[in-house]
Design a protein around this ligand. Structure first.
Ligand code: GDP
Ligand code: MG
Length: 371
């Protein structure tokens, strides 16, 4: 799409601007040479010269979101929250992620060896699941959001109680707010002599994160990620916020979701970690992922265990794609492989055209075809 003015349209059609202006007049549109024309008008004038605007249909076909059916409210069930841990460097993000994982992931999973797939899922004592993205910090927000993806339901803002609000703390707040994601503050390193949680609370009031004790509605959890203190309470608070947010999905449909990370593996080819956001992903599913496609050949979970299906909010690693997608790319499962291939190839082609289009100016043949 994009607009053309009268002169530009004339150039593309090989007609003087005055001719175009006359045609427009007959069509009841008064225009000058510099007038921008909308798509319908361009189509109309092109038609007068025996041309049709092409490509729009194909371009539209490549938009993956249109293939995602909207769920009936009655089919939606509670799903686990997807949590991102953010905060200033050295405030304890990695320690917290490890600490949560170590206490939880292997519980009841005999011999489970954690596998890095960019996210993991835990099960709390109450039997509720929580998914953590373990690309800590802003990566999850910046790279993904720049691609229009939103995977995080809840942000945990880690602030070291002995250091207080720092530049990346503020950055994290801004990311979470821009994404309209609720924030839980983990006041970390409470075991330290110099810990001053009141100062953290005070400093955060400036960013409208006001604790419940002070009349606000932000949850603050004092903790020591290093010593494993406060983790239990943090998990409880995550579930509380999740309940308020009413996070739902429909497991009984074809899956869609987002790429968390992807790489080329020497032995296995393209490997992608996916977060299933809706539906159930199954081995054998025909799938379009970003500008690539394929069939889910093998699927493993965050414990490195081979699985056959994965429901909403589950992170998995898959093989079977023709190319390596990018973090933040959307994926959609299709009913049959032929459609997935067609749409995948169209998207590939469009990506190539976009790269080329940046160099060369659009030509008549690119825009119009004879009718
Ligand atoms: P990140 O940069 O936010 O991922 O921070 P790390 O998790 O790497 O932690 C930075 C340093 O702080 C490491 O030396 C940790 O051992 C230490 N640390 C993290 N959490 C705590 C805590 O609760 N108490 C104490 N005393 N040290 C901590
Ligand atoms: Mg770290």
């Amino acid at each position: 799409s994009g607009t053309l003015n009268v002169t530009e349209l004339g150039e593309l059609l090989g007609k003087p601007a005055n001719d175009i202006i006359k045609k427009l007049m007959f069509a009841g549109v008064m225009a000058n040479k510099n007038q921008d024309l909308d798509e319908d008008t361009i189509e109309l004038i092109a038609g007068e010269y025996g041309m049709a605007v092409k490509k729009e249909v194909e371009v539209e076909k490549t938009d993956l979101t249109q293939y995602i059916e909207i769920d009936d409210e009655k089919d939606l069930k509670e799903r686990p929250p997807v949590v991102t841990i953010m905060g200033h460097v050295d405030h304890g993000k990695t320690t917290l992620l490890d600490s949560i994982r170590n206490t939880r992931v292997t519980a009841g999973e005999a011999g489970g060896i954690t596998q890095h797939i960019g996210a993991y899922q835990i099960r709390t004592d109450a039997g509720k699941k929580i998914t953590f993205l373990d690309t800590p910090g802003h990566a999850a927000f910046t790279s993904m959001r720049s691609r229009g993806a939103q995977v995080t339901d809840i942000a945990i803002l880690v602030v070291a109680a002995d250091d207080g609000v720092m530049p990346q703390t503020v950055e994290a707040i801004n990311h979470a707010k821009a994404a309209e994601v609720p924030i839980i503050v983990a006041v970390n390193k409470m075991d330290k002599e110099a810990a001053n949680p009141d100062r953290v609370m005070q400093e955060l009031t400036e960013y409208e994160l006001i604790s419940e004790d002070w009349g606000g509605d932000t949850i603050f959890v004092p903790m020591s990620a290093l010593q494993g203190e406060g983790i239990e309470e943090l998990l409880e608070m995550i579930l509380l916020v999740a309940e308020v947010e009413e996070l739902k999905a429909n497991a009984n449909r074809r899956a869609n979701g987002t790429v968390i990370e992807a790489e080329l593996d020497k032995g296995r080819g393209a490997v992608a970690s996916l977060l299933v956001q809706n539906g159930t992903l199954r081995v054998g599913d025909p799938i379009v992922v970003g500008n690539t496609f394929g069939r889910v050949r093998a699927m493993v979970n965050d414990l490195g265990k081979r699985i056959k299906k994965a429901g909403p909010s589950t992170p998995v690693e898959i093989t079977g794609l023709s190319n390596v997608p990018q973090a933040g790319d959307r994926f959609v499962v299709f009913e049959d492989e032929k459609t997935a291939r067609q749409i995948g190839e169209l998207r590939q082609q469009k990506q190539l055209e976009e790269r080329r289009g940046e160099q060369s100016k659009v030509s008549l043949e690119d825009l119009f075809e004879k009718i």
